[in-house]
Design a protein around this ligand. Structure first.
Ligand code: SF4
Length: 187
């Protein structure tokens, strides 16, 4: 198992435990609050893993994803603050489901449940959950937070090897930007 897959396994396990503890589920949600069009990847390793998932799509699905990416990037170029771009979901969200679910990035795996993390300067950041969590779960369980600190730290350790190999940091790109630039519609 790749180090990234091992990290994803631990993230998924922590998330499932937390969700089970409070009775939270994404079932039936269209994901559009979490699956936003500007979701951005900052690492080589997660970008490569996501692309692996895209490459495994059926040719027709891959073609459609590329087309959606082009449309979204045209909307962004036209008006990055306009509704055509801002209201679009992630190009991989199809009918409320992630089309590369097993290959989705860390941020997607952790979405929905409130979290905290400790920054290198010792300060702690906190953020709330998705609208469903805030409405249905938070009033009953106001203190549950997933601590993302070990996940962020381990991701940085995995990524540093790729950065050393490349001799530079990964560019920060949205999923649509990655797909439009890296994926071919050829089978
Ligand atoms: S990669 Fe999948 S889970 Fe993540 S934002 Fe896109 S559709 Fe949603």
């Amino acid at each position: 198992m790749l180090p990234l897959e091992e990290l994803y396994r631990r993230i998924d396990s922590s998330y499932s435990q937390a969700a089970e503890q409070v009775g939270f589920s994404c079932h039936g949600c269209d994901g559009e609050k979490c699956c936003t069009v500007d979701l951005t990847l900052h690492t080589f390793v997660e970008t490569a893993y996501l692309l692996k998932g895209v490459e495994m799509l059926e040719p027709r699905q891959r073609f459609d994803v590329i087309q959606r990416s082009m449309v979204v990037l045209a909307a962004k170029s036209d008006d990055p603050a306009g509704p055509g771009y801002r209201n679009a979901p992630c190009v991989l969200n199809v009918n409320g489901l992630c089309s590369v679910y097993d290959y989705r990035p860390m941020i997607c795996r952790l979405a929905g449940i409130p979290h905290q993390f400790r920054r290198p300067d010792g300060t702690t950041r906190e953020a709330g959950g998705c609208p469903r969590y805030e409405a249905e779960i938070l009033p009953l369980y106001p203190h549950l937070r997933i601590d993302r600190t070990p996940f962020y730290r381990d991701m940085a350790e995995i990524e540093i090897k790729a950065v050393r190999t490349a001799g530079r940091r990964a560019p920060s790109r949205t999923i649509a930007e990655i797909i439009a630039n890296e994926v071919s519609s050829e089978a």
